[in-house]
Each structure stands twice: as structure tokens, then as C-alpha cells.
Ligand binder design. Structure first.
Ligand code: PLP
Length: 415
């Protein structure tokens, strides 16, 4: 058993479990679990309204968590870090705050990619229904990379926002988001030549599947905002992150506003608080914030993203070699490990993905099946649904062997 596996009690307490669903949610190391317990036993109290010592300690840990998160994604300032419940809430919070701040007018265009998760589609579609914006999708090429020609073609003066996933949660392709930022700058220069009032589009990145796997540097990307979700990198569920450049966040009117998000309230009006509190109404998830802090510390303790990449390289290549051996197991995504993360969406012969997942469950192998909250893309592929096995730092080659052994059995018995 790998040393890292020993850090995860759930993998010890469920004998023989092969957990290959970390991309849905990652398991938690003792380091995180123990610190959650210690926090609840020693420091837990409500923040923002404190005079006593445990409340002060809770506040300190909350801010420390944000500082650590800011350091991890290279945000300029920890006040640019807003905590929400998960990526879905974070994207909704941002999109609805943009709407409330009159960033969009009728027929403005929002460019997404065809592989987006529903969390980055549905809020835009609701805006489309509400204020008649246009939503368009950039295609991916046959090798699953982003089709930059299509992006150039669809990028006209009406584009007000590009909201793009960093990593597809179906193909697991890493998109070149820095190149997108370059194109946004080039287009802005061109459009400003003919229209001096042209406003540079806002660039949002969905980092839900990138932050768990590799170093994401928001300043290097150049984007205006990014959201991600703590439970996928070993924090407890219920804590999501919205990061935005301070000048964008300062401009935005928060869509929800009460509790700590308010500076003052009179009978007929109110004044929102400053950053980041104005985006965090009500009592925040203090325990979640502490769990996020400890998850990031845990990543540092195992030698950070370098170690994650090292494990990734070894396991991913091993898994890709296995996939290549079976004609009937078809990978949805590229086999170029430089451009992908360590998750595999696949179909097995003509067997339904639910039947495969059920069969594997009998062998204590945990995978996911169906549409992965990316229905438009699944329809585009004409496959409708697939299986998905994801690796993370606690997986081993033995886990991969067990997966393929069971898949062989499934093909024999169900095929
Ligand atoms: C690319 C992507 N975006 C957004 C989400 C939504 O994350 P959450 O369910 O934590 O809100 C997911 C979850 O799988 C995802 O893969």
C-alpha cells in the first residue's frame, strides 16, 4: 500500500475499496479530519462579531484559510477570495452579481465551450431567458483540444464575457487559457480601433478540475475571475471559492445581501459591506474554511503539486497503456498526457454505463457513470453517457489493475 493511502482513514475503514471517483469528490486525509475536530473542539465560534478569544481564533483561521488559498492560486490579495458553498454556487454568485451590476445588455454574447459543466451553462441560460443575452459555444477539435479557429470566428464585438473551463470534466483535456487571454487582448485592440467605447470582455475560468491537479496561477492566466470547489481537493464539502480581480469585484453589486455582507441598513435603503464580505451573506462555513486551509497545508506537506504531478505521470501512463490494450474500451479524450489530467471517461463495448458501474460496485470498485453534468457535449458526441474512473494521489497501480480485471469480467458477462 502506498504511504499516501495510509493517510486516508476511509480507505482503511473500507477494506479492499478501490476508490476511483475523486473527481466527483476527493477523500479526506487524517490531517484534515483531525484539524476539523480540533477546530470544533477548541476554537469554533461565529466570526466577524467577536470580542472573546475563541471567536478571535475562528476569525484568524478564516482569514488564514483565505490567505493560503490566495497564495495557492497566486491571487494578488486575499480579499479577492470569496467563499461560497461550491463551484456551482460560486459561478451563480458571480453571474448574478454581474447581472445585478448591469454588465450585460440585450443581445450581448457570452462565449462558453461545448464541454462546459452545467454549473457554467445553466446560469447563463437563465440570464438568456431573463435579459435576452446570447449564449454560444466554442467547439472542440477531433483531438479534443479547443478549436481556436472557431473561437476567432465567434468572437465578435457583441462578446461581453467568455466563461471557459480550464479542464473538461468529460474529456479531461486542459485548455490553453493563457492563449484565450491573448486573443481577448488582441480582439480588444482591434475592436477599439473602430469603436472607442468597446469594453474588453470579462474572462471567467472554471477551475473546478484544474486546482485539484496542478498549479493554477490566475495572474499568469490573466483571467478576471475563477471559481473552484474545495471538496475536490480534499477539503470538506460545502466550501467553494470565487476569486476575482479586485477592480472587477469592487465594481460588482452583490446579488445576495444580508448578515455580514451589509455595512448599514436603514428602513428604506442599505449599504453593502466592503470586499470580500459583501459577497458572503450570513454566517459563513467556518469549519469548511478551516478544512480548506488544512487541505492546502496537506498538499504542501506531501511536497505540493510537484508530488501530485509525479504520481500523476506514473499512474496515468500506466492506465493509458491499459486502455490501449482493449479494443472494446473506448477512451473519450486524448492520450497525450501533457494535455490532460488523470481521469478517464470511457465506454465499454455497447454495455450501458450504469451496468458497468453496478458490476464494478460488486467488486468494491467505485466509478461514476452517466452524463457527468455535461449533457450538451454528451449529445454532441452522440454517445449520451459514459463511465468515468478518476485517479488521485492515494491511488496505486494495483487499483488500476483491479479496475481492468473487473472490466474484463464485465465484458465477458454483460457484453
Ligand atoms: C468542471 C466542473 N465545473 C463545476 C463543477 C461543479 O462543482 P460543485 O458540484 O462542487 O459545485 C464540477 C463538478 O464536478 C466540474 O467538474
Amino acid at each position: 500500500m502506498s504511504d499516501i493511502k495510509k493517510d486516508f482513514p476511509i480507505l482503511q475503514n473500507n477494506k479492499g475499496i478501490v476508490y476511483l471517483d475523486s473527481t466527483a469528490t476527493a477523500q479526506k486525509p487524517s490531517y484534515v479530519i483531525d484539524w476539523i475536530k480540533k477546530f470544533l473542539e477548541n476554537d469554533y465560534s461565529n466570526i466577524h462579531r467577536w470580542a472573546y478569544s475563541i471567536a478571535e481564533r475562528s476569525e484568524d483561521l478564516y482569514v488564514k484559510s483565505k490567505k493560503k488559498m490566495a497564495e495557492f492560486i497566486n491571487a494578488e490579495n486575499w480579499r479577492e477570495i470569496i467563499y461560497s458553498h461550491n463551484s456551482t454556487y460560486a459561478s451563480n454568485l458571480l453571474i448574478w452579481s454581474l447581472r445585478r451590476s448591469w454588465i450585460f445588455k440585450r443581445w450581448d454574447k457570452v462565449l462558453l465551450t461545448i464541454v462546459e459543466h452545467h454549473a457554467n451553462i445553466v446560469p447563463w441560460l437563465i440570464l438568456k431567458e431573463e435579459i435576452w443575452i446570447e449564449v454560444d459555444y466554442i467547439k472542440v477539435k477531433e483531438d479534443f483540444s479547443l478549436d481556436f479557429e472557431d473561437l476567432e470566428k465567434k468572437f465578435d464585438e457583441k462578446v461581453r464575457t467568455l466563461s471557459i473551463t480550464h479542464v473538461s470534466n468529460v474529456t479531461w483535456e486542459i485548455f490553453d487559457v493563457e492563449k484565450i487571454w491573448k486573443i481577448i487582448n488582441e480582439k480588444t485592440e482591434i475592436f477599439r480601433n473602430s469603436n472607442e467605447n468597446y469594453k474588453k470582455p470579462i474572462f471567467i475560468v472554471d477551475g473546478s478540475q484544474s486546482v485539484p491537479s496542478f498549479k493554477v496561477d490566475v495572474q499568469k492566466i490573466g483571467c478576471d475571475a475563477m471559481f473552484t470547489t474545495g471538496h475536490k481537493f480534499m477539503a470538506n464539502s460545502g466550501i467553494g471559492v470565487l476569486w476575482g480581480k479586485q477592480d472587477l469585484l469592487d465594481k460588482l453589486e452583490p446579488v445576495f445581501s444580508w448578515g455580514g455582507a451589509i455595512a448599514s441598513v436603514a428602513k428604506s435603503c442599505f449599504k453593502p459591506a466592503g470586499l470580500p464580505d459583501k459577497f458572503e451573506p450570513g454566517t459563513p462555513n467556518m469549519t469548511g474554511a478551516v478544512s480548506l486551509l488544512r487541505a492546502l497545508e496537506y498538499i504542501e506537506n506531501i511536497w505540493g503539486y510537484e508530488k501530485i504531478q509525479e504520481i500523476k505521470k506514473e499512474l496515468e501512463n500506466y492506465a493509458l497503456e491499459k486502455f490501449a490494450k482493449y479494443d472494446k474500451i473506448k477512451l473519450i479524450g486524448s492520450t497525450n498526457s501533457a494535455n490532460r489530467v488523470w481521469v478517464f471517461s470511457f465506454t465499454v463495448d455497447w454495455i450501458h454505463s450504469h451496468d458497468i458501474a453496478d458490476y464494478l460496485a460488486d467488486y468494491n470498485i467505485c466509478i461514476r457513470a452517466w452524463q457527468h453534468c455535461a449533457e450538451p457535449f454528451m449529445w454532441e458526441l452522440w454517445i449520451n453517457h459514459s463511465c468515468r474512473a478518476s485517479l488521485y494521489i492515494y491511488n496505486t497501480k494495483e487499483d488500476i489493475d483491479k479496475l481492468f480485471e473487473a472490466l474484463e469480467g464485465a465484458m465477458e458477462e454483460l457484453g
